[in-house]
Design a protein. Sequence first.
Length: 129
Amino acid sequence: MIERLLKLQENSYVPISKYRTSSIVVTKDGNIFDGVNVENPSFRDGLCAEQNAIVSACSKGYKKGDLSLLYVMTDGSTVSTPCFLCRQVINELFEEDSLVICYNKKGESKIFKVKDLCPFPFGEEDLVW
Ligand SMILES: [Zn+2]
């Protein structure tokens, strides 16, 4: 999976920061969906690799509970974790015990459960008033 993540990073669109990120979603039925970050001069309008991979899976009909694993590779020397916008999306579509495996480009990794990345999630139950 490391080689696939490295190759995928070449597709990142990062004219400003040059900071490449790739992500892969593995579904419970064994399908794989790729995502890369897509930067924009209006920074708020940039898209993260994790969200792109997850949305690709959803575009093919996968729903909450269908996704098994999430891989993320960032460009830095540290092993970075998904941003908090991504964590909200991850929390919505993965189960709390699903694994998120984060790599740097050297192949060093950290593995988290979704519930550890998102200890106090904002969820559907919060929309009750
Ligand atoms: Zn993000």
